[in-house]
Design a binder for this molecule. Structure first.
Ligand SMILES: Cc1ncc(COP(=O)(O)O)c(C=O)c1O
Length: 419
């Protein structure tokens, strides 16, 4: 027998093994200054393309004012306790009502964190007799939620409706035996590649199969649809989504999240979401802050318009320059390049140090080996100048990637890693 910690000391995991080369720079970087299109990294100004502050609310003067006033009035704690016990207020209720009407659902329930909230939602919606069918590329919080499920689960190929149909056939047969039901889970927008979940086609399948649909719309809320109500609104099928989820961590530039759906479903979730029943209520700073942000989402369409002006300028500019941005249908802008992890590191360093461009880098195991994904999130605060500078920098780094500059630069890194 060995000590439990022997393994974790020997093997830090697929990402952890890069810690000594990557930490503080490629992972856990420290961006400083006010949240905006330009911030400081390692003491230098960079254009920030890695912050999910889609509508530019994080540092909007009206938002900052409300956040400060709420902190002054309530401190960071109020209300104390879980919602059920002592952490409930009129404003929590008001926010739920306003969120529900914004996403065109009967009722909504607040969550402290999206991640735990959606896990508990999946856990609460199914029993061991029920079957879950979910997109294979789902966010970690969905995968972890499914892990809690004691019954059968099937994945369908990413956004592949034939695969979904096949799995629904299997699930239906199984549910007929167990006497259970079926929960289908998709994202509204897949946050790495930017594709929208094919919600319209999934909802259409309800005519053929009996299932309920849960949609995680973290990246769609506030950015898609005529009113910003998300991917369901964009595709004209908001009604067909049985349980709608969004987080405040992106367009709302805060912390917290919510679920929305029919009143009886939300009433049930309210009494059965373990991560909320046994955890402290969302503090008033975030509740008042969310009410203000939501009001701005409703009353300032210019924020979403500006966001999309920037998204279109960036995505069109990249395409015109021959970059592969995959099949994004949202603000999430991936740029796919071919190269090893050490090459990716050299490339990102060049981008940051010599061109002042800060974007996230995604490599294996999140995406296939040999691919580098530079993931960019345009926001309403970016300017055309930011976009132009970034496009020029990208053209320069692609040339260097293709002529082997980064391979040479990365050799030292590769040797150090014993590759
Ligand atoms: C698709 C998706 N779902 C859920 C979450 C988790 O939300 P939260 O940050 O509120 O825990 C995130 C990340 O924020 C996300 O990108």
């Amino acid at each position: 027998m060995r000590d439990l910690f022997d393994r974790i000391i020997e093997n830090k995991g697929p990402l952890g093994k890069w810690a000594s080369q990557a930490e503080g720079y490629f992972v856990f970087p420290k961006l400083e200054g006010q949240i905006s299109n330009r911030m400081k990294f390692n003491g230098k100004e960079v254009i920030t393309w890695s912050i999910n502050d889609y509508l530019g609310l994080a540092n909007h003067p009206e938002v900052r004012k409300i956040d400060a006033e709420a902190a002054a009035e309530h401190g960071a704690a109020y209300p104390m306790g879980a919602r059920m016990m002592s952490g409930h207020t009129d404003l929590h209720e008001q926010l739920q009502n306003e969120l529900a009407s914004f996403v065109k659902k009967e009722a909504a329930y607040l969550l402290n964190f999206g991640y735990q909230g959606i896990m508990s939602c999946i856990d609460a919606l199914v029993t061991k007799d029920d079957i879950i069918v979910y997109d294979v590329d789902s966010h970690a919080c969905i995968i972890d939620g499914v892990r809690l499920h004691m019954g059968k689960r099937f994945t369908y190929q990413h956004n592949d409706m034939d695969s979904l149909e096949k799995n629904l056939e299997r699930a239906t047969k199984m549910a007929e035996q167990t006497g259970g039901g079926i929960l289908v889970i998709s994202e509204g927008v897949f946050g790495m590649r930017g594709e929208q979940g094919r919600l319209k086609e999934i909802v259409e399948l309800k005519k053929k199969f009996k299932f309920r649909l849960l949609v995680d719309d973290a990246h769609g809320f506030g950015t898609l649809g005529a009113t910003g109500a998300g991917a369901g609104e964009e595709q004209g099928v908001q009604e067909g989504i049985d349980v709608y989820f969004a987080t405040f961590a992106k367009s709302m530039a805060s912390i917290g999240a919510f679920l929305a759906g029919d009143k009886e479903v939300i009433d049930y979730l309210k009494y059965n979401l373990r991560s909320q029943m046994f955890a402290k209520s969302l503090p008033m700073i975030f509740v008042k802050g969310a009410l203000k942000r939501l009001e701005m989402l409703r009353s300032m369409p210019e924020l979403k318009n500006k966001l999309w002006e920037n998204v279109n300028a960036l995505q069109n500019g990249l395409k015109e320059r021959g970059f592969d941005i995959g099949t994004t249908q949202s603000c999430v802008t991936p740029v796919y390049l071919n190269g090893s992890i050490p090459e990716a590191m050299a490339l990102v360093k060049d981008l940051r140090e010599n061109y002042g461009i800060f974007c996230s880098i995604v490599v294996y195991p999140v995406i296939p080996k040999g691919l580098i994904l530079l993931r960019m999130i345009p926001t309403a605060t970016h300017t055309m100048e930011d976009i132009q500078e970034t496009l020029e920098a990208f053209s320069a780094i692609r040339t260097r990637l293709e002529n082997g500059t980064y391979k040479r630069l990365s050799q030292a890194v590769a040797m150090a890693m014993g590759e």
